[in-house]
Design a protein around this ligand. Structure first.
Ligand SMILES: Nc1ncnc2c1ncn2[C@@H]1O[C@H](COP(=O)(O)OP(=O)(O)OP(=O)(O)O)[C@@H](O)[C@H]1O
Ligand SMILES: [Mg+2]
Length: 459
């Protein structure tokens, strides 16, 4: 388990600034670990200290939550609080966040077990592949027939038993094929495999938001639909490995583990919480905001939610809420809910210097993304430092003169700067080196910025 310092360091690799928020989430996470090491009596007393992140649009609130989840491999779901105010939403459906959390947890636990049995499953899959490539399993001539079979005239009257010589041949052939396969020579060879038809529910039902699995409802009574397909060895190995892995995994056990993990390590990120705070603005037929807060409250306070996998306790789930809080304030939330989010952190608006760093420093910084994309088309893209400053400068100006959308602005600007290159790169030319410098940026952005015409950047 990472220490708070390590968590912050890891977050630093992806997010520029926002030290206070990083620190708060790091402490909250470590506290859960500390709690997990206590005696059960005391452990049950300590509930997570939920966090509210406040800050303008596009400064990294959601990004922190996303990175955090990857870091700790905890099940995490992200919901928009406003979704519960939508027309047609029955208040009670706030439970759906817990159901989603369990699903996420199951996926996590299952993936982990799949990885653990991977080698065994792959070995079994390769054996089956060899069976497919060298048909005609070994028939045992020497297998002793039981007396009854002898009396009735033998087991397989139409298939003469293999001679020992034939058997040896067959074995050698299998070994040859196995060796070829290990050497990767058979990957494109075609074999026929049976695949299970996935998706028993119809698309129409899915579109209506009805999420039922017929097979599950019938308790697996319906035989699984199978279909024969011709695929190459590589694809067949993937299918068979998947199948073999499923055989090796006890799903009941996975579900038990997953529910426990969701209860103990689960993180629910409630975005746009500010939009359900504050007085009603008389805006049409929306479910009342306070109503939504009251619906969410028991889940945050700790209750038991029924899911199709069994009851799930929400007492120890960590909630991280976020909102811009432009119009409303945290104190506009109902007091009970406020009390459940004792930790408040402010994220600051980003500066020009921040933008400059965001462009190039984070692990998957946007300039690196574009460079990687264009590299696939034989373009080696490089940005000079003054180009980055220029882009950051434009981003700042655009945010000031039209709506401030924070770091999201960088994406639109970058798209414009690289428009020509993105269009012209085709991969059919030898490697071209393209250096984007300040002049290049100015040339490609000047149209948009002449006469302070920033219309194009208003989203
Ligand atoms: N401090 C930062 N460091 C690195 N990248 C950032 C930072 N802030 C924002 N970004 C980038 O900007 C984009 C938007 O950020 P994010 O989704 O976190 O905004 P937000 O704070 O949740 O805004 P909103 O209130 O609109 O939901 C993301 O692509 C993210 O990578
Ligand atoms: Mg967000």
């Amino acid at each position: 388990m990472l220490t708070p310092r390590e968590i912050v360091e890891s977050l630093d690799r992806y997010i520029i600034g926002q030290g206070e928020a990083k620190r708060a989430v790091a402490v909250a996470l470590r506290n859960r670990y500390r709690r997990s090491r206590l005696k059960p009596e005391l452990r049950e007393e300590i509930t997570p200290k939920n966090i509210i992140m406040m800050g303008p649009t596009g400064v990294g609130k959601t990004e922190i939550a996303r990175r955090l989840a990857k870091l700790v491999d905890a099940p995490l779901v992200k919901v928009e609080a406003t979704k519960f105010t939508e027309v047609g939403y029955v208040g009670r459906d706030v439970d759906s966040m817990i159901r989603d959390l369990v699903e996420a947890s199951i996926r996590l636990c299952k993936d982990k077990r799949m990885a653990a049995v991977r080698i065994v499953a792959e070995t079994a899959a390769n054996e089956r592949l060899i069976d497919l490539l060298v048909p005609g399993a070994e028939k045992r001539a020497s297998a002793p027939m039981n007396p009854l079979q002898l009396l009735l005239g033998g087991g397989q009257p139409n298939e003469p038993a293999q001679t020992e010589e034939e058997q040896a041949q067959h074995r050698t052939r299998r070994e040859e094929v196995a060796a070829q396969m290990r050497a990767g020579q058979l990957e494109e060879e075609l074999v026929e495999v049976e695949v299970e038809q996935s998706g028993t529910g119809s698309d129409a039902m899915l579109a209506m938001g009805i999420d039922i699995n017929l097979n599950e409802m019938m308790g697996g009574l319906l035989p699984k639909q199978k279909k024969r397909r011709r695929v190459n060895v590589r694809e067949a190995r993937r299918i068979l490995t998947q199948e073999e892995s499923e055989k090796l995994i006890d799903m009941d056990d996975v579900i038990r583990e997953a529910i426990d993990k969701a209860e103990q390590d689960g993180i629910i990120f409630i975005d746009e919480i500010d939009k359900i705070a504050g007085a009603q603005h008389g805006s049409g037929p929306d479910v009342s905001r306070e109503g939504v807060q009251r619906d969410i409250l028991p889940i945050v306070e700790g209750c038991t939610v029924n899911t199709k996998y069994g009851p799930v306790k929400t007492d120890f789930i960590l909630f991280i809420a976020a909102g811009a809080f432009h119009v409303s304030k945290v104190s506009d939330l109902i007091p009970e809910l406020q009390g459940r989010f004792p930790i408040r952190v402010k994220l600051s608006a980003l500066t020009e210097q921040d933008y400059e760093r965001i462009l190039s420093q984070p692990e998957h910084a946007i300039t690196k993304q574009y460079a990687a994309l264009l590299e696939t088309d034989n373009v080696a893209l490089q940005f000079t430092d003054d180009a980055l400053s220029a882009i950051a400068h434009y981003a700042c100006r655009a945010n000031e003169s039209s709506e401030n959308i924070g770091a999201r602005r960088l994406h639109t600007i970058m798209e414009t700067v690289l428009d020509d290159i993105s269009f012209n790169a085709s991969g059919e030319h030898p490697l071209v080196k393209v250096i984007v410098d300040e002049n290049y940026v100015k040339e490609h952005l000047s149209d948009e910025f002449d006469g302070e015409d920033l219309e194009k950047f208003i989203l």
